[in-house]
Design a protein around this ligand. Structure first.
Ligand code: 15L
Length: 273
């Protein structure tokens, strides 16, 4: 996968949890890593450029995009928020990023989608990348929008797009749900590199998970692109399943892949979901 390494990679949302982990994990892999956020990023490290930008503002996005070859777009609200905030940052913001990338001739975008784009699927129903979105929140809806935007820019503008439905990117899984949804840091770094460097990529939706025995998601699209996860949450299973309870959630959340994102504000009929 290393034949197709971009020279200047832009990482948005680089001050966030996953962003700062990827900032470290991608360090030295590409000639220039341009890190961006609205939050403090500290000094530029070796091989880095720091460009502050608010993705709600197209002129700032254009400045951030100059001379970039590939984008890893993590910027935005990482959990549920008000409609106004989701609309401005996660929906208009992701549009600003794709549109500026198109105008700047960028040919590869990795979009940080989320499992919350499909969070209303039941846990007892395994799914793959081809199922329709089933968002569990305004946040999940914005991720489904970003995936569709990626499909549009791949088909219409020939930008190679990988949307990663990230599960739970943490050092270790803290509860039973995350035995299914967990992705280790090193696997997340590898999957991002696969997206940046795959020689053939039109539009792909992949799951951001490790090689978890308890996964609900068929990740064959990612493995076809070359993803070879190193970790499996199973090594934490005994300890987590011995906790009381192994997952601290309500009975709706416990049935749905999105967990408490799906059960929050829920006044539906669970028998119809
Ligand atoms: C997400 O999309 C969130 O950004 C993260 O904070 C976790 O909650 C994760 O999903 C998850 O579902 O575990």
């Amino acid at each position: 996968m290393s034949e197709n390494r971009p020279d200047r990679v832009l990482l948005t949302g680089a001050a966030g949890d996953v962003g700062s982990m990827l900032r470290n994990g991608l360090a030295g892999r590409y000639p220039v890593l341009r890190v961006s956020d609205i939050a403090p990023l500290g000094e530029a490290r070796a091989g880095e450029e720091v460009v502050y930008a608010d993705i709600r503002k197209p002129d700032e996005v254009d400045r951030m995009m100059e001379d970039v070859d590939a984008v890893v777009h993590l910027g935005g609200h990482p959990v549920e928020n008000t409609w106004e905030n989701i609309l401005q940052t996660n929906i208009a913001g992701v549009y600003n990023v794709f549109e500026s990338a198109r105008r700047h001739g960028v040919k590869r975008i990795i979009f940080a989608s989320s499992n919350h784009a499909i969070g209303f699927y039941r846990r007892d129903r395994p799914i793959d990348s081809s199922v329709p979105a089933r968002p569990d929140s305004r946040y999940g809806l914005s991720k489904a929008f970003g995936e569709d935007l990626g499909s549009l820019y791949a088909d219409k503008h020939n930008i190679g797009v990988m949307a990663i439905r990230i599960g739970s990117c943490l050092k270790r899984p803290p509860n039973e749900r995350m035995l299914s949804t967990w992705i280790s840091h090193r696997d997340m770094v590898q999957l991002t590199q696969v997206g940046l460097e795959a020689s053939e990529l039109h539009f792909a939706i992949v799951y951001g998970i490790s090689d978890n025995r308890r996964s609900w998601w068929d990740n064959s699209v990612a493995s076809d692109l070359g993803y070879r996860p190193q970790d499996d949450s199973e090594i934490y299973a005994e300890e987590i399943l011995a906790m009381d309870p192994p997952e601290d959630a309500d009975e709706i959340a416990l049935q749905l892949q999105g967990g408490v994102f799906a059960s929050a504000e829920f006044d539906g009929d669970i028998s119809k979901v």
